[in-house]
Design a protein around this ligand. Structure first.
Ligand code: COA
Length: 433
């Protein structure tokens, strides 16, 4: 049958299709800026018909009404990452968090650790062959749709069409709803002098011809500001945002020296503003693949001169990095941090960087500490860590003893906290700093 005919037959209204969700089902929602908001709104509106529907989601940029206390009888939110919209709910034990490396999320679906009943996804309009693109989120979204018993797709004519292994044919979708609305946007962060100093320190470690992974936020954006004079940079990253568009247009990124996917910027999702979404639309220079591929350390390592830059909350004097919790409070998630730290450390001439301001809470707290807060999760272990960067400098912990590491870290701590750290050093190591 002609795909256009199939498409017509599958077309429904959101209110109608969400009735297919049954109490006790596990529902996966398309990730980040690819959240199918018309479907999610209809599902929340229909909440009285459900009990105990588990919502699996990662970076949830939408309203997250299903995670509110008054919804707890109807929905249980299983967060694979915690953000502003879900933090309180996880803290209050209304929602729960599943620790897992990002690259392994598709495996949880495929191998039945988290079997999916219904996938709610958002896709682009079909092309002339009947293929819809998952647009700005391939990550776990594509695998979620492949593994779900029922796939409901919101076809949004404003979803960019992106390349890579990022398509679904209309014949593989069970039900379709149509929408036309701008994608969820994330505005660029404000970059302060502290972040600029961190960015400059990180950029000093990046050689021409490197392939980069940069997270989101002020620090990655600050790094980009100092890369304009570099040459032949490449991108293999979990995601990128608006800041990268300017650097690409400046000519510093051309992907010509990449040892894997030469000439292409490879990512698993994209999150930013319309500027970014317009840039990636129908752009063969950008390719999206499932996170099980992009973030697999064995894939990342195939990029020579790979440099990863991620951030954290605390580092102790041994080099244990906590990036996702403040004590027992789950603040964010591991995301792809360890995927990249490990893949990068296996890459020929790779460098993995953890970059952070030396203090938190408006300068009241040092992020370099003798001990992690009670209950904090170790995200990057002391065995995996390589470079730690603050606005005060660079500590390369590779091949360093516990004592040498402590010295290096104290040197890049904020001056206000160095005396206390030195005192701890002298007690711990029984020698003068
Ligand atoms: N003690 C107490 N509070 C702390 C703290 C500490 N040691 N460290 C940070 N905080 C507070 C900050 O003060 C800030 O609160 P405020 O906004 O009220 O001032 C808040 O926690 C957020 O800290 P900040 O460092 O500004 O957050 P960020 O938005 O730059 O994100 C991470 C930093 C580490 C949370 C984030 O990078 C992350 O989640 N990383 C893990 C996942 C990852 O690396 N993914 C990368 C692959 S793309």
């Amino acid at each position: 049958m002609d795909w256009k005919e199939i498409y017509k037959q599958k077309l429904r209204e959101p209110e109608e299709v969400v009735k297919l969700i049954k109490s006790g089902n596990r529902v996966v929602i398309g990730h980040a800026a690819a959240e199918p908001t018309a479907l999610v709104d209809a599902m929340v509106k229909n909440c009285k018909q459900y009990e105990n529907v588990e919502i699996v989601h990662m970076v949830a940029l939408g309203k997250c009404e299903y995670a509110k206390p008054e919804m707890s009888k109807h929905f249980k939110h299983n967060a694979l990452f915690v953000g502003g919209s879900t933090r309180e709910s996880v803290k209050e034990c209304i929602s729960d968090y599943t620790p897992t490396f990002f690259y392994q999320v598709p495996k949880l679906f495929k191998k039945g650790y988290l079997p999916i009943d219904v996938a709610l996804v958002e896709v682009s309009k079909p092309d002339e062959h009947g293929f819809c693109s998952f647009g700005v989120s391939c990550d776990y979204t594509k695998t979620g749709a492949e593994c779900a018993k029922i796939v409901i797709a919101e076809v949004n004519d404003q979803m960019p069409r992106t390349f890579g292994d990022n398509f679904i044919h209309v014949s593989d979708i069970d039900y379709i709803v149509e929408s036309s609305r701008s994608l969820i946007e994330l505005q660029p962060p404000k970059i302060t002098d502290v972040e600029k100093a961190i960015g400059e320190n990180c950029a000093s470690l990046i050689e021409d011809g490197s392939t980069l992974q940069l997270g989101i936020g002020a620090i990655p954006d600050a790094v980009l500001l100092f890369l304009k004079d570099k040459k032949n940079l490449g991108i293999h990253s979990e995601m990128f945002s608006d800041g990268l568009v300017d650097l690409y247009n400046s000519g510093a990124i051309n992907n010509s020296k990449k040892s894997l996917h030469k000439g292409k910027m490879v990512v698993t999702f994209l999150m930013g503003t319309k500027k970014l979404y317009d840039f990636v639309n129908d752009n063969p220079a950008v390719e999206l693949y499932p996170v099980s591929y992009v973030n697999d350390p064995m894939v990342i390592m195939q990029n020579n001169k790979m440099v990863s830059i991620n951030s954290c909350i605390q580092v102790d004097m041994m080099g244990q990095v906590s990036s996702e919790s403040i004590g027992l409070t789950q603040f964010s998630g591991v995301g792809g941090q360890v995927d990249y730290v490990r893949g990068t450390s296996m890459s020929e001439d790779g460098k993995s960087i953890i970059a952070m301001p030396s203090t938190a809470s408006k300068g009241k707290i040092s992020r370099i500490v003798p001990f992690l807060d009670n209950g904090s999760a170790v995200t990057t272990s002391r065995n995996d860590v390589e470079y730690i960067v603050t606005e005060y400098g660079i500590a390369d912990l590779r091949g360093k003893t516990l004592k040498q590491r402590a010295r290096e870290l104290i040197k890049i701590a904020h001056p206000n906290f160095r005396d206390a750290l030195v005192e701890e050093f002298e007690n711990r190591f029984k020698e003068k700093f």
